[in-house]
Design a protein around this ligand. Sequence first.
Ligand code: KG4
Ligand code: ZN
Length: 370
Amino acid sequence: MIVLGIETSCDETAAAVVEMDQSGNGRILSNVIHSQIDEHAVFGGVVPEIAARSHIQILDSLVAQAMNEADVSWDQLSAIAATAGPGLIGGVIVGLMTAKSLAMAANKPLIAVNHLEGHALTARLTDDVPFPYLLLLVSGGHTQFLLVKGLGEYERLGTTIDDAVGEAFDKTAKLLHLGYPGGPAVEKAAKLGNPDRFPLPRPLLNREGLDMSFAGLKTAVRTTALKEEPVSEEVVNDLCAAFQVAVADVIGNRTARAFAMFKDRFPDAAPTMVIAGGVAANQTIRNRLNDVATEHGARLVAPPHKLCTDNAAMIAWAGLERLKLLAQQNPEIMSGNNIGDDMDMSPRPRWPLDQLSDSVLGSGKKGAKV
Ligand code: KG4
Ligand code: ZN
């Protein structure tokens, strides 16, 4: 089976073609990404309207490029998959409408994919990780621990109750005038800093469960910086080092709990945690996760960076996993043209993977993050 995937939920426009063989192994035939970072950098963050317009301008040529590089014809596709949420709604509309149009024109099924499910399943494409496993998703928009029990069976174990961790990196960088995106800039400054000079809080560390909070930490950086005005380069480096180590402490502590919880629930399964999202690139955080995994006799799987951050190969792969399950459950259905999602499927700004766990902050702006 071969699926074309489309991703437009944030500031990356992406198209990819992925193939799954008879035994369920995946192969990426093409994976093209256009990052809008330069268009948003002057504003210090992603501007939704600019993102949506930029997706419109480039998506059709990216799809053409992905199909060319993969060297497959429209006839060869089994389906067209696109992110239908959660994300910035203008961008999601562009991707989903494009996918619907292509599906209609090529007479192929449409598969509406939850972006988080794409992240959750990537490790099965890259490392063939069996269910069940833990997923730690740490990006600019999402921060959560998920239990991936099977296809379509996700349980959210914990989430940020305020800022996403990447957002906290970005806001910290902004207030210290380090530019955008903030994560890599904070990591670079932290390398030169002393993490012990400024004591910063570890929010929620002693609270039960796996929820996290980063807004207070970011505010503590601001308060400390104000006290130190005028802020020297040394203060910036020391603050970045202290901030980074505080984040690693919080994530490390929750990861240890996540492994304990996993062993409790699945005593016969090998404990495994997959990490995804831009923040997973941070070496201090990565080292901490490795240490915690070693202590707990667990396996840590980090797909290649290009597949950990937003991309369309993960969307195509989620579509393929869905097709595979359908084929197993009901082989006859695969020869017909009545598989896939309806053409009236709506794009969704919020779409929790775990429909049973309520959004921590309810609806509204922050609801999207949790
Ligand atoms: O997954 P991603 O590329 O995009 C989405 O948010 O969906 O993640 C981007 C986030 C940004 O907030 C960025 O500052 C953060 O990941 N990030 C990092 C690092 N590289 C990127 N945070 C900490 N350390 C890094 N090295
Ligand atoms: Zn993402």
